[in-house]
Design a protein around this ligand. Sequence first.
Ligand SMILES: NC(=O)C1=CN([C@@H]2O[C@H](COP(=O)(O)OP(=O)(O)OC[C@H]3O[C@@H](n4cnc5c(N)ncnc54)[C@H](O)[C@@H]3O)[C@@H](O)[C@H]2O)C=CC1
Ligand SMILES: O=C(O)CCC(=O)C(=O)O
Length: 525
Amino acid sequence: MPKVLVSDSLSPRAVEIFKARGVEVDVKTGLKPDELAAIIGEYDGLAIRSATKVTKEILDVATNLKVVGRAGIGVDNVDVPYASQKGVVVMNTPFGNAITTAEHAIAMMFALARQIPQANASTHASKWEKSRFMGVELTGKTLGIIGCGNIGSIVATRAIGLRMKVLAFDPFLTPDRAVDLGVEKVELDDLIARADIISLHTPLTDKTRGILDAEAIGRMKKGVRIINCARGGLIDEAALKAALESGHVAGAALDVFEKEPAKDNPLFGLDTVVCTPHLGASTSEAQENVALQVAEQISDFLLTGAVTNALNMPSVTAEEAPRLRPYMKLCDQLGGFAGQITETGIRTVRIEYQGGVAGLNTKPLTATLLRGLLSPLLEAVNMVSAPIVARDRGIEVLETKTETCRDYHSLIKLEVTTERQTRGVEGTLFGDALPRIVDINGIGVEAELGADMLYLINDDKPGFIGSLGTTIGEAGINIASFHLGRAKEGGQAICLLQVDGPVPEEALAAVSALPHVVQAKALKF
Ligand SMILES: NC(=O)C1=CN([C@@H]2O[C@H](COP(=O)(O)OP(=O)(O)OC[C@H]3O[C@@H](n4cnc5c(N)ncnc54)[C@H](O)[C@@H]3O)[C@@H](O)[C@H]2O)C=CC1
Ligand SMILES: O=C(O)CCC(=O)C(=O)O
């Protein structure tokens, strides 16, 4: 039974779901990094919010970990590239808390416009300062949204409902989507110069870090108000403080801070600043949504192999997973075969899916082929990291799909071009379940791959098979199955032998030394 750790406070629904799905679950919140490191090795899955930091150090000792599920959107508390290297799938729940967070941004906008928190504190203090809290009306004001994805676009539609004019800066926002939303798509400089209120809704990346720095703030309208319910590092806090103190910025509403938990921050104590402790996602509805989703996603992955909302792996639905499984086995074998007979640097990998398989989700199949191909050549490559490793090494991966297939229901062709040559291997499924290699370098075979194989390229000469059998027999190796193929009579031939155990080096050397042998390799699957 797979075992999951819930290390941040999640709705109890998550635990109920894990248990109902047959996943063992422990809840241990508030762990220090060394405490998490001491126990993480026991778990197959980890369910988190933002408090747990899934660092390199944690991933290095997470020897059984297969999946990290973030009950929420931002995964900046997870070292995703390193998790990919380690083969750990990282998932989030991209929609579960979007409405709630957008509503928080709108609430912050009202809080700023009418100074509600300050007026509330003053009234509680029996001051009745009616003339101190002169607000601004939102109707007719211009809201500039930076990052118009899930949350930004919900904020936009709510703001339009408030009769505001909405500008959006987002390089990935299409003009059609902007029209559908009713926003004006603009460049950042334009937004900064025109907005009365600016609300941030981008992830924190190298490009967005400090997107509102001293220079950007300096170019804003005097009296601008700024809302940040996304991530702390998006605003230069020192620059914001200076602009608030000079009166250039009239107010800021911040849910997120450069350093969290924010117990001590340069902006604390300023009368023009409204703060909440990263509450954007904190409604019972959103927490229920994300807990439920993350528990389902983690359980699906651990129990069925279905992949939903992963940041570092192609999606596989629960329906697809059982159909893909035999093809994944075939891809593993095709990739592993090609990888083990490849000796020089790979330049190009061509994958062709023919027939029925072309209609399936082939992304996980390609990831499996690449894993199989690269595993014999590189250490610790897995399905998650293989496509990244291939790209980083400049290996061109070309994928084509053809719905027709001449001889089989489905055929997967893998062709690998190295510095020296191009080699190909093709495979199919018998009875929709049993992987078979049907072609190696243009020579037809029909081979089932076992754990230990002996692969030979030889000249097609009389007596060769006999001498091969004798040599192998003398080495004490039992042959389980024997597959032959040749290009033409007397031409180049291949032998693929399934043997009962690893082929010792001396036996391989004896086979290699036989007359007519061009190449001999011991393969493992
Ligand atoms: N305060 C809180 O509790 C919460 C905060 N968040 C934060 O909100 C962020 C946004 O969430 P979603 O809208 O769901 O994400 P999303 O991925 O749907 O939208 C983000 C948008 O930012 C855009 N973007 C990326 N780089 C940009 C750049 N350089 N300039 C302008 N736009 C850029 C993207 O194209 C995308 O449309 C999350 O990354 C997370 O950090 C999310 C949930 C709760
Ligand atoms: O889990 C939380 O409270 C924070 C939510 C958040 O920041 C996110 O989903 O990105």
